[in-house]
Design a protein around this ligand. Structure first.
Ligand SMILES: [Mn+2]
Length: 418
């Protein structure tokens, strides 16, 4: 029997516009086009290799109300897969959710129009999906929402921490219940959009809409599943090593910021085969890297240099900046600062796609302000007085601080009564 081929990806986040410029040909931000190109890359890969089922593990857009142009771009690509006869499961992530449960999610329209081959997974349930190489069961666990608990009396008045704990046990029980509904003859995939406690985060925490409940890896580590397809964490990672089942975050297809600088980006290719041993099916999977736009940080210390710009040029020459989002951290002395002009620095970075920032860390001659005495020769009180002066502290305020400090200077343990 032929192997069933799955493609698992997640966290597409169409609409991420940082570090991009408007593309005049399309009217769309260049970074948004990057994300869409990676999606195209993934679809090409899948169609070339006759993918049987695509599992999208959530977070289609950046915002819950994406603009129509972004919706069209996403829909076109989903249609390409669906038209090729490939079922696509769209799981609801936190970025897809409406603010109110009753409202539509950003991908509900596919269900409303009943688009053939597109399955919108908004509830926890098992979908039996017919593919050209046989049926697959996909149990969907959309992003668990704390707010939903509040609709029930028993959860009202609980703290956020208590709600998170309640949510964790509910999700865990629901996953167990889904596992019991499986037909053991058919391969089974668990698709979930959530935080697993063992996962390592990138910097995307900063773009999250709030803190979220976590589940333990043990809740997913059940031999009932042949593969666990996760979304939500942007850093690709496998949580179960070589053990069965593979528990995998596909990760995102593009980087959001410099926190993801070193992370490879891509998706997972999974092949399900009937096992020869006791278990019914085995999944072999691999991470397929896509051509995500590179993010490059250059750190240059020119403080010892007689010709800072030249030294900087050498530091930059060693790096490949083509098509990259670049930031430069430049360490220099105060007297060098006027000789290193921003325009010249930008010229050196002209290969870059986007200059995210030029950070100048200027070493100030702090001792100059201390007057004639070397700091080693000054008393604590004199040092603090100079410090407060240098910080432009109001004289009245300085006096109060000095008075309190005096008590610490004379007897470090005898802190003043405040
Ligand atoms: Mn998410």
């Amino acid at each position: 029997m032929e192997k069933i081929r799955l493609l698992h990806f997640a966290d597409l986040h169409v609409g991420m516009e940082n570090y991009g410029r408007l593309d005049p040909a399309t009217g769309v931000n260049g970074r948004v086009l990057d994300f869409l190109r990676r999606f195209d890359e993934l679809i090409d890969y899948g169609l070339e290799r006759e993918v049987d089922l695509v599992i999208f593990a959530g977070d289609a857009y950046k915002r819950r109300s994406p603009n129509p142009t972004y919706q069209r771009a996403f829909a076109r690509r989903i249609k390409r897969l669906a038209d090729a006869g490939v079922p696509v499961l769209l799981l609801i992530g936190n970025h897809d959710l409406p603010a109110m449960v009753q409202k539509a999610s950003s991908v509900d329209i596919f269900r409303t129009l009943d688009v053939p081959n597109v399955i919108v997974a908004r509830d926890e349930r098992v979908h039996r999906i017919e593919t050209r190489r046989g049926p697959v069961q996909v149990a969907a666990v959309p992003y668990p929402v704390r707010q939903r608990l509040l609709a029930h009396d028993e959860y009202r008045g609980l703290s956020i921490k208590e709600l998170d704990e309640a949510l964790q046990s509910i999700v865990t029980e629901n996953i167990e219940a889904l596992a019991k509904k499986l037909d053991p003859e058919i391969p089974a995939v668990l698709a979930a959009h959530l935080s697993v406690s063992e996962a390592k985060w990138g910097s995307e925490r900063s773009v999250m809409l709030g803190r979220d409940a976590v589940v333990l890896k043990s809740a997913l580590d059940d031999p009932a599943w042949d593969y666990v397809a996760l979304g939500h964490v942007h850093k690709h990672q496998s949580l179960n090593g070589d053990d069965h089942p593979p528990i995998v975050y596909a990760g995102s297809l593009e980087r959001i910021d410099f926190g993801e600088e070193g992370q490879p980006k891509g998706f997972c290719w999974v092949e399900l085969a009937r096992g020869e041993t006791t278990r019914g099916w085995t999944a072999a999977w691999e991470f397929v890297q896509v051509d995500a736009r590179p993010f490059v940080t250059i750190s240059a210390d020119v403080r010892e240099s007689a010709s800072p710009l030249m030294t900087l040029e050498q530091a930059i020459a060693g790096r490949d900046l083509r098509d990259a989002v670049v930031r430069l951290r430049l360490q220099l002395r105060a007297d060098q600062e006027p000789t290193v002009r921003d325009r010249d620095v930008r010229g050196l970075l002209s290969d870059a796609y986007f200059i995210a920032g030029i950070i100048r860390e200027v070493e100030r001659e702090a001792r100059v302000r201390l007057g004639s005495l070397a700091p080693e020769e000054m008393t604590d009180r004199e040092l603090l007085t100079k410090y407060l002066e240098a910080k432009n502290t109001e004289p009245e305020r300085a006096e109060v601080l000095l008075e309190h400090a005096e008590a610490i200077f004379t007897d470090p343990k005898g802190l003043p009564d405040l």
